[in-house]
Design a protein. Structure first.
Length: 263
């Protein structure tokens, strides 16, 4: 069995190592894969997008995610069983897990693990990654029954995550910057089918907020320093500058509108 971890803890403190230690004490046989601990602090949506993109490439197992700005409040801690491969998601019920269970066929069973018999005692008010999510995930990965991890919860009560939707305005497609990676590449909320429906094709020149971009397959298809529009590894449209920073060039931040119009 595999257990994956995704958090906004970073690597400068002991938090990730402590979570590893908790998992190892409970389930020493379980393989741990760190997806990332570099989610921007408190950015639930970035964490949700990263989790959704990553899990199809992970073996089936238990997937623990912690981006939890409401830790210590009345927000629920949950475990969710997905339709695809019986994968289990564990984390705060704040929308962080929602895009992943949607990608994995939907949530078919859920439990509230806030008072799980697997949690550590005494319970910290501020480190549920250590005291709730890691031990619950480890117990489930080691074969403990899903239903015994917490109190039954109707999957319909789980917190969803709403993403902005692209729209057509005349001849233009108005998208949004969903995520900006460490290279300054800008992921847009335009999937493959929507791009095709909007008539965006390889070789087209597209006006992007007043800048010209060429629609290509990869970065080196344009000279260094030039803007490009491409389909990223997750089959969504994205903007990049070959050996540069598209977000800086266009002055974009997450949620900003991006207007795409054929030239």
């Amino acid at each position: 069995m595999i257990l994956t971890l995704l958090t906004d803890y970073g690597l400068d403190d002991e938090f990730v190592g402590v979570c590893h230690g908790v998992i190892r004490r409970i389930a020493p046989e379980v393989a741990i894969v760190d997806i990332t601990h570099g989610v921007a602090r408190h950015d639930v949506r970035e964490g949700a997008l990263t989790l959704r993109a990553s899990l199809p490439y992970m073996p089936p197992g238990v997937h623990v995610a912690v981006v939890d700005p409401q830790v210590g409040t009345e927000r629920r801690a949950v475990a969710v069983r997905c339709a695809e491969d019986d994968r289990v998601l564990v984390g705060p019920d704040n929308g962080l897990l929602a895009l992943a269970w949607e990608r994995l066929g939907g949530a078919v069973e859920a439990v509230d693990v806030s008072r799980s018999p697997h949690r550590l005692e005494p319970l910290s008010a501020t480190f549920h990654g250590r005291d709730v999510f890691a031990p619950v995930g480890a117990a489930l990965a080691s074969g403990e029954p899903f239903a015994g991890a917490g109190d039954p919860l109707d999957p319909a009560e789980l917190t969803a995550l709403e993403l902005p939707q692209s729209r057509r305005e005349g001849d233009a497609l108005v998208a949004h910057a969903l995520v900006i990676d460490g290279y300054g590449n800008v992921g847009l909320n335009v999937g493959h089918d929507d791009a095709m429906a909007a008539g965006i094709r390889l070789g087209d020149r597209v006006d992007v907020n007043g800048h010209e971009a060429l629609v290509v397959q990869t970065f080196a298809d344009v000279p260094a320093g030039e803007l490009l529009l491409y389909e990223d590894a997750w089959r969504s449209l994205a903007l990049a500058v070959n050996r540069g920073d598209a977000a800086e060039l266009l002055g974009l931040r997450p949620d900003d509108e991006v207007r795409l119009a054929a030239r």
